[in-house]
Ligand binder design. Structure first.
Ligand code: SAH
Length: 224
C-alpha cells in the first residue's frame, strides 16, 4: 500500500467518526477491507470517498457511512452467524466477515455473485458462504442442512412494505435484523429485534436510498 492509499483510508475513517460512527471494531474493519478492490476500475479513484458507486447490473455499492451505520447497529459479536441479502460486489460481506464467525450471503444476479466470490478468494476471506438465489425466501436448506436460525440478518436492498416473513422466521429469538423499508424515494432504514418467537420490536434508524428487493434469480438479459 502506498502513502496516498493509506492517507485516503485514514481520511475516510476520520470522516465516518465526524459523522458519528464511534464503534471502533467497525471502523477498524472498514479501514482494513480494501473498498477499492471491490468497485469497478472506472470509479476506483472514488473508492475511498464517502459515496455510493455503481457496480454493474444497475446496482450500487452502498455509501461507507451507511455500511458503517448498518454494521454498528447490529452489535456484532465474533460468535455471530449472519445472513446477508444482496451480496452485490461483496464489500459489506467482507466488512461483516471481519467481525463475525460466518456470513451466509445471497445475491440474485449471478455475474455479481461470481465476481464477489473471486474477491473473497483473492483477499483470502474464508468465512463466507455465497449463493445465487432469491434472498426474500431466506437461506435454503442445502443437501439437507439448515443454517437458520441466524443471530443477525442484514438486507442491503429495500423491502416495499415490510421485511419478508421468511427472514423474520430465520432470525433467532434475541436476534436483530437491519433492513431498508419503503417505496423508492421514501425508504427508512429499520432495525428489528426479535423479542420471542412471536414478538418483535422495530425502530427507525434514518432515511435511506437503496435499490429494491426483487423476487427470483435475475435472468441474463434483465434490464440493468
Ligand atoms: N451490499 C452490497 C450492495 C448491493 S446493492 C454491496 O456492498 O455491494 C443490493 C443488491 O441486492 C443488488 O446486488 C441486488 O441484485 C440484490 N438483490 C435485490 N433483491 C434481491 C433478492 N431478492 N435476493 C438476493 N439479492 C437481491
Amino acid at each position: 500500500m502506498n502513502t496516498q492509499d493509506i492517507n485516503r483510508r485514514i481520511r475516510l475513517i476520520m470522516d465516518l467518526r465526524n459523522k458519528g460512527i464511534t464503534d471502533t471494531a467497525v471502523l477498524g474493519a472498514m479501514e482494513r477491507v480494501p473498498r477499492d478492490k471491490f468497485v469497478p476500475s472506472s470509479v476506483r479513484d472514488q473508492a475511498w470517498e464517502d459515496m455510493a458507486l455503481p457496480i454493474g447490473r444497475g446496482q450500487t455499492i452502498s455509501q461507507p457511512y451507511v455500511v458503517a451505520s448498518m454494521t454498528a447497529a447490529l452489535k456484532i459479536s465474533d460468535m455471530d452467524k449472519i445472513l446477508e441479502i444482496g451480496t452485490g460486489c461483496g464489500y459489506q460481506t467482507a466488512v461483516l466477515a471481519r467481525l463475525c464467525r460466518r456470513v451466509y450471503t445471497i445475491e440474485r444476479h449471478k455475474p455479481l455473485l461470481n465476481r464477489a466470490e473471486k474477491k473473497f478468494e483473492e483477499l483470502k476471506i474464508r468465512n463466507v458462504t455465497a449463493i445465487a438465489a432469491d434472498g426474500m425466501k431466506g437461506w435454503p436448506k442445502i443437501n439437507g442442512i439448515d443454517q437458520a436460525p441466524f443471530d443477525k440478518i442484514i438486507v442491503t436492498a429495500a423491502a416495499r412494505e415490510k421485511p419478508p416473513q421468511a427472514l423474520i422466521d430465520q432470525l433467532k429469538p434475541g436476534g436483530m435484523m437491519i433492513i431498508p423499508v419503503g417505496p423508492s424515494g421514501d425508504q427508512m432504514l429499520k432495525l428489528y429485534k426479535k423479542e420471542s418467537d412471536e414478538a418483535y420490536s422495530a425502530r427507525d434508524v434514518f432515511p435511506v436510498r437503496f435499490v429494491p428487493l426483487l423476487p427470483d434469480i435475475a435472468s441474463d438479459d434483465e434490464a440493468a
